[in-house]
Design a protein around this ligand. Structure first.
Ligand code: M6R
Length: 602
């Protein structure tokens, strides 16, 4: 989490930093700040909350004294110390300034030691130790580079760091371990730029280094010195499609409406006649795969869970689904005949990334299904399938989940065919259904309007149960997560058949059941479970193509020939329902409280 930027060059440093931070705001928006310095002056500006607050506050800076200034900036998702101006980065020592993304795990010990040596701390953050540690070593050796290296060598955890100091006002020191950082040569002569990801650099730079773990250095105008040889220059695309709201109220709403188009992009070139083709996997020996481990967090975990049904049913390959944060510490049994698949929108989620590293180290073949090219995961895995959903700005993931599910469905068929576990006829049926997905994902005005009207009836009560069976169980989990994330209402996803094993005790009028009742997957079974809840007075909102007279509210979906088409149809309903509840509650749909788009801390 957190986004960091740095700039050395002839442009107005404050403007460059602000532009970069805006691109990274999805990584956290608890507070933001910049420090800008030249040989004579230093200005620090910090705010609680979003970059828009910082934009207002920098108006008070005297830019005339900041000619040829260099600078660092930060947008924060709080880990240590509550969101406040005091805890906002950059953190200051006596003469140095630091921004940091990640967690310093041993900060308490370091802090105690530094306090004993007379250092005064003013924030509750872990980051502040970096600047004091640097100054402690600088005071001992009088050498900035040595002091920086020494300070870094004492830090444990995951961190990327930018540091400036009044003793060398032309230099920015950098280091990366765990959390991502990109260094770039700007298009304007002698410029150097830094950012947590390459997004803010596109258009400004062409040559970049995606820093590897353990790599650091120091940059000044026209010069970047790396402390080791472990770096390679890569080319950035020259322009990017900026994500705009295009008349929608929120990015999330736009991204829901885009799903039909991105599903088309996602399948492009991957469905050939009656075959599924993944050129990306040409060198993967599918026959040698005896088991699949799917690993992810949050929404991406839900797509993994959904895929476990498809891989077993269609490809007949045994699957284990792992929550990345659990997988990392359970000493998992890792067999070389297992294909390890990491799923991630961002490609930067710390737990998934570490799980992927573990699998790779154990000699497993690794595949990442990811939306962001050149992210840490796509660079690490042996194989990569891009979901092609385009930039997803809304913190609540929508089109990324949709395209992940689509890729995983195609992948299960790809494996099924290679392993000769599917008949020609069955494969043809599946592919015909796949071709229908983009059309299914077109949002119908009637459905949106229905969700909007229903949203106002579901604002009270003591909670929601989203229930479904088979792949509609992970979809129920996803529906509940969407609602929680942006409406802050309590919601749980459950397999319909599990309700009677405990949760049904909660049933009463104030418990809302959102029942996922597709026609083509265990309809009668699910219906009985919903009847049991209705008999106990739960308020039922049924989503189904089939009329259900016990429902208090009914959202009628279209009749489809395949349960996966119903999956995508119901997905749209769940996303729009959450969106409308959140809007009615007056919440910030795209930047819900306490969350960040990319979770780069464990
Ligand atoms: O970028 P990733 O897919 O790895 O992110 C995983 C989760 O943090 C993410 O899906 C999160 O749950 C979203 N906010 C869900 O809407």
């Amino acid at each position: 989490m957190c986004g960091i930027v740095g700039y050395i060059g002839s442009k107005d440093c404050v403007d460059v930093l602000l532009d970069g931070l805006k691109e990274l705001e999805y990584r956290g928006y608890d507070s933001a700040g910049i420090a800008v310095m030249n040989a004579e002056h230093i200005s620090v500006c910090k705010v609680l909350g979003k970059i828009s607050n910082l934009e207002k506050k920098v108006q008070t800076l005297d830019r005339s004294i900041l000619k040829n200034a260099i600078g660092i900036g930060h947008t924060r998702w709080a880990t240590h110390g509550k969101p406040s101006e005091l805890n906002a980065h950059p953190h200051l020592g006596e003469f140095s300034y630091v921004v940091h993304n990640g967690i310093i795990e041993n900060y308490k010990e370091l802090k105690i030691d530094l306090e004993e040596k007379g250092h005064k701390f003013i924030s509750q953050t872990d980051t502040e130790v970096i600047v004091h540690l640097f100054e402690e070593y600088y005071n001992l050796c009088n050498n900035t580079k040595e002091a920086f290296k020494k300070a870094i060598s004492h830090l444990e955890g995951a961190f990327s760091v930018l540091l400036m100091s009044k003793v060398e006002p032309e230099n920015i020191y950098f280091f990366k371990k765990g959390s991502p950082m990109v260094v770039a040569k700007g298009k304007v002569k002698n410029e150097v730029l830094f950012a947590s990801t390459d997004a803010p650099l596109i258009g400004l730079a062409e040559d970049v280094v995606y820093l590897e773990d353990g790599v650091g250095g120091v940059a000044r105008l026209g010069n970047i010195e790396f402390f080791s040889k472990d770096y390679t220059w890569s080319k950035l695309p020259t322009s990017k499609a900026y994500a705009q709201k295009d008349g929608y109220r929120f990015f999330m709403e736009k991204e829901i409406y885009e799903q039909s188009d991105v599903a088309g992009d996602c399948t492009l070139g991957r469905i050939h006649g009656e075959k599924i083709i993944f050129d990306e996997l040409a060198k993967l020996d599918v026959d040698s795969i005896k088991e699949i481990k799917l690993c992810a967090c949050g929404t991406s975990y839900h797509s993994a869970l959904m895929a476990s049904y498809l891989f077993e049913r269609l490809a007949k390959i045994g699957v284990k689904v792992e929550i990345a944060s659990e997988f990392r510490y359970k000493n998992p049994l890792l067999l070389k005949s297992t294909l390890f698949i990491a799923i991630s929108q961002s490609g930067e989620t710390a737990d998934t990334l570490e799980a992927l590293k573990m699998a790779k180290k154990a000699g497993l073949k690794t595949l990442v299904i990811c939306n962001v090219d050149n992210s840490s995961m796509t660079r690490l895995a042996d194989f990569c399938i891009l979901t092609r959903a385009g930039i997803e700005k809304g913190v609540a993931s929508t089109k990324a989940f949709c395209t992940q599910s689509l890729v995983l469905w195609m992948l299960s068929l790809y494996f099924a065919e290679i392993k000769k576990n599917i008949s020609k006829e069955k494969l043809q049926d599946e592919i015909s259904a796949l071709r229908e997905v983009p059309k299914t994902l077109l949002v119908k005005t009637k459905i949106h309007e229905k969700c909007r009207r229903l949203a106002k009836r579901y604002l009270h009560g003591h909670g929601f149960f989203f229930i479904g069976r088979d792949v509609f169980y992970p979809l129920a989990l996803e529906g509940a997560l969407k609602l929680k994330e942006i409406s802050y209402l309590h919601a749980e996803g459950y397999p319909s058949g599990e309700m009677k094993h405990g949760p049904i005790a909660l049933a009463d009028k104030e418990l809302f059941t959102i029942a996922l009742m597709p026609k083509n997957m265990l309809y009668t079974k699910t219906k009985s479970n919903v009847e049991e809840l209705s008999a106990r007075d739960s308020t039922i909102c049924a989503i189904s193509p089939l009329e259900f007279d016990l429902a208090d509210d009914f959202i009628k979906t279209d009749e489809k020939s395949h349960y996966m088409l119903e999956f995508f149809d119901i997905l749209i309903v769940l996303q729009i329902f959450s969106l409308e509840v959140s809007i009615r509650l007056g919440n910030d749909v795209d930047m819900p409280r306490n969350l960040a788009k990319s979770v780069t801390v464990e």
